[in-house]
Design a protein around this ligand. Structure first.
Ligand SMILES: NC(=O)c1ccc[n+]([C@@H]2O[C@H](COP(=O)([O-])OP(=O)(O)OC[C@H]3O[C@@H](n4cnc5c(N)ncnc54)[C@H](O)[C@@H]3O)[C@@H](O)[C@H]2O)c1
Length: 316
């Protein structure tokens, strides 16, 4: 057996001490933050681009980032709602630009990014928010809808990062915010493609964070957001869980997202205790776990789940 040198043992112990120090710091720093005077987020030097920013969570994020001083760029396919949101922001004396960009199409993302650089400037905060859901079981799924779900919910996140990250890397400055979902951790009936597309964004966000670390770009942060059901109209359902855990207010989700971005947190779960719920999966036997999911979620959500109709709303 090869002998381990003393210097390798010391190096290993130092690395271990460093890891323990980081764990301790992650526990102490939220307490220190509570004691410190809270500063409101300041994005006055930033250009923030939000995909799917015309309505829902994207619209609330646009209002909050603009209140924090940012210049806002919104991409969406819903021209009417895009115009309304941009007008509301500019009426408050803030700067906002709206572009009709279909993020399911690579060429539109590339051309859109070029146009934003020429007409507005370099994007330093990229918020990947556009998302869709068709709510069909595996056997009822339509191939074209499944393709579109992955194009918008996953591939667009990768493509926008490819378009906007080079400037952030050059300047070692920037923020990438990826809106995931609590179902990134959990395949749900009638949501297989949505859950899988959001699970892929979790992997993408972790990889991006690690690649930035390896490249020494600690000035560029990644924030992944994992919300439970939000009352935006994207979907609606009722079950055992919603009777004591009502849908989240999009304004509140937007506020927590902007704060987490400002604090360069890697991930937030909304509500935060749901993060611990994910760990149950690793301890319970599968059958007991499925029964507990049934108890909390109630199987009736499968029959009463309604999703926004993208075909009739002129969105897609
Ligand atoms: N609503 C929820 O319960 C919930 C829960 C967890 C996560 N999320 C995620 O939050 C994000 C925002 O969801 P929301 O509830 O605000 O939905 P929403 O339907 O209210 O808004 C989505 C926006 O994306 C736009 N969009 C759709 N396809 C597009 C495309 N091809 N190109 C550009 N824009 C497009 C729509 O026009 C719309 O303005 C999504 O990523 C969603 O998956 C939502």
């Amino acid at each position: 057996m090869a002998s381990v040198s003393l210097s390798a043992i010391i190096l290993g112990l130092l690395q271990l001490a460093n890891i323990l120090g980081l764990v301790l710091w992650s526990m102490v720093s939220p307490l220190l933050r509570l004691c410190r005077k809270k500063h409101s987020p300041d994005f006055s030097c930033d250009i923030v681009l939000i995909t799917g920013g015309a309505q829902g969570l994207g619209r609330e994020l646009a209002f909050l980032f603009s209140s924090a001083g940012a210049t806002i760029v919104l991409w969406d396919i819903n021209q009417e709602k895009l115009r309304e949101t941009v007008s509301e922001i500019t009426a408050r004396g803030c700067e906002a630009f709206g572009y009709v960009v279909d993020v399911s199409k690579r060429e539109e993302i590339e051309k859109g990014a070029e146009r934003v650089r020429e007409e507005v400037g370099n994007v330093s905060v990229l918020v990947n928010n556009a998302g869709i859901m068709f709510g069909k079981s595996i056997m009822d799924s339509d191939d074209a809808q499944v393709d579109l779900t992955f194009k918008i919910n996953t591939l667009a996140y990768y493509r926008t990062v490819k378009s906007f990250l080079p400037w952030m890397l050059q300047n070692n400055y920037g923020y990438v915010v990826n809106i995931c979902s609590i179902v990134s951790y959990e395949g749900m009936p009638r949501l297989w493609d949505y859950s899988a597309s959001k699970a892929a964004v979790l992997s993408f966000s972790e990889t991006l964070r690690k690649e930035l670390r390896l490249a020494g770009k600690n000035g560029v942060s990644v924030t992944a957001v994992f919300p439970y059901y939000i009352s935006t109209g994207m979907l609606s359902y009722s079950n055992t869980l919603t009777s004591y855990l009502p849908p989240l207010d999009p304004k509140d989700v937007a506020m927590k997202t902007v704060n987490a971005t400002c604090e360069k947190k890697f991930c937030i779960h909304l509500p935060s205790f749901l993060y611990w719920g994910n760990l149950v999966k690793f301890f319970l036997p599968t059958k007991a776990y499925d029964e507990s999911m049934s108890l909390f979620f109630g199987d009736q959500y499968v029959t009463n789940l309604k999703v926004r109709n993208y075909l009739s709303s002129g969105e897609k």
